[in-house]
Write a protein that binds this ligand. Structure first.
Ligand code: GUN
Ligand code: FE
Length: 426
């Protein structure tokens, strides 16, 4: 294990500085200093000769993957209820499970499994929904901090259209949120931070949203939520907010849609022209969650259009609507979904490519943290070392071909070593 502030790793290095092209440096050195990437070198320069070194041989080094949208309490029922669509799935599976996190000993067991799996996989950063429960949310944050992962975690806010056990009053939700933030600040985490998490418009009254906006301003917090995922949900929001021009406008009127507050919106499958324009204008990040959108028959988001228009997009696993936190699988699903959109919906939108989905899962989502998700100089030293020996092939493959197979076939078994912000996790 490397425990130094400066070190050099050798292997086959791959990253995507822009979305059209993979940079591949075979048998090269990756030098890290002060938790940042110092540079990539074919030969290790003289001035770095004394650094602690690790030669990973023929293994592949990539930036740590970034999950822009995952629900920790839903990890327990992955793979279940996948024959329903969004609103029925929430009622039948999600809400009953999330209600259990009031019980701390249950939360501890369930969140430990989640944290262990996230730690073992290729994800180094994640934006995580917890539940409405303050104490179990803090417990989750403790576990992620201990696992060494970089996470933004949200206590969820819900004060309407939810079962009794998962419904707060606006006042309670506000008070619990403030108390949660204060307790989190007092814990002095290094890697874990709070993010405001109104579940979605149907679960939150305007009173609650106004209170959250003032908390957002007072504590300068980012925000995460859901947007335009499913036709029934979009129609419901229109009924609930007749004054809003479109779904995203309902958040924007409340000051919780980018601009002065960093925001991630998951899905955006049904975002129309005006919503897309507002997302762009306000600098909102989109978490594209292709597997979830297939499983809940939500649809396929127009990611090609998002990219062409210069929107900020990353990938989300959206467990448990997505069955796995494995972001390689999310990358493969993003390509598959784009092919179905091209075939069935709009053949003017080209399918996503390997470099593009790799970019989305690294630098695209990493941009929510700043300089994260690439091996360019000054980027956070989030590094995953992959050993793909298990994926046997009778042919000699080049490094790029090996990455393609990793995207379609790998899981945590291929993760050989992992560093987040310059610290080796294993
Ligand atoms: N919309 C509101 N809550 C949820 C959730 O838990 N999962 C998904 N996929 N969409 C949602
Ligand atoms: Fe979600």
């Amino acid at each position: 294990m490397i425990r130094d502030e400066r070190f050099a790793l050798k292997g086959n290095i791959i990253y995507a500085a822009d979305r059209e092209k993979l940079t591949i440096c075979e048998q090269s050195w990756l030098v890290c200093e002060d938790q940042k990437i110092e540079g990539v070198y074919q030969e290790l320069p003289e001035r770095f000769r004394e650094l602690p070194k690790m030669d990973y041989g023929d293994r592949i080094l990539i930036p740590g993957l970034v999950d822009l949208h995952i629900h920790a309490p839903q990890y327990a029922f992955r793979g279940m209820g996948m024959d329903l669509e969004l609103l029925d799935w929430l009622d039948a599976h999600t809400f009953p499970e999330e209600a259990r996190y009031e019980n701390l000993s249950y939360a501890k067991r369930a969140y430990q499994i989640f944290a262990d799996h996230l730690r073992a996989g290729a994800t180094t950063r994640a934006c995580v929904f917890a539940t409405i429960h303050r104490e179990s949310t803090i417990l989750l944050m403790d576990l992620l901090e201990k696992a060494g992962l970089n996470a933004m975690v949200g206590k969820v806010n819900m004060d309407r259209n939810s079962p009794n056990r998962l419904r707060e009053t606006a006042k309670e939700s506000e008070q619990e949120t403030i108390q949660w933030i204060k307790e989190v600040q007092a814990r002095g985490y290094q890697n874990v931070r709070p993010i405001l998490t109104p579940r979605f418009i149907p679960s939150c009254t305007d009173d609650l949203m106004h209170a959250l906006k003032s908390i957002q301003v007072s504590y300068d917090l980012p925000v995460q939520s859901h947007l335009s995922e499913n036709p029934g949900e979009v129609a419901w929001v229109q009924e609930l907010c007749p004054q809003a021009e479109f779904y995203g406008d309902a958040y924007d009127r409340l000051g919780l849609f980018g601009r002065d507050c960093k925001t991630i919106m998951a899905h955006c499958v049904y975002s129309g022209d005006r919503e897309i324009e507002r997302i762009k204008e306000n600098g909102v990040f989109i978490a594209h969650c292709p597997e979830s959108n297939i499983n809940l028959s939500s649809g396929v988001a127009p990611v090609r259009r998002f990219l062409n228009e210069g929107l900020r997009v990353g990938l989300g696993s959206d467990v448990a609507a997505g069955s796995t936190s494995n972001l390689f699988y999310a990358m493969a699903c993003a390509i598959r979904a784009s092919k179905m959109r091209w075939r069935l919906q709009d053949d003017s939108e080209k399918c996503l490519t390997i470099p593009e989905v790799f970019y989305l899962a690294t630098k695209g989502g990493g941009a929510f943290w700043g300089n994260t998700g690439s091996f360019e100089k000054g980027y956070e030293a989030d590094i995953v070392v992959l050993d793909d020996q298990r994926l046997v092939c009778p042919n000699k493959l080049d490094v790029r071909q090996r990455l393609e197979r990793i995207i379609y076939l790998a899981d945590e078994r291929e993760v050989y070593a992992k560093f987040a912000a310059g610290k080796q996790i294993f």
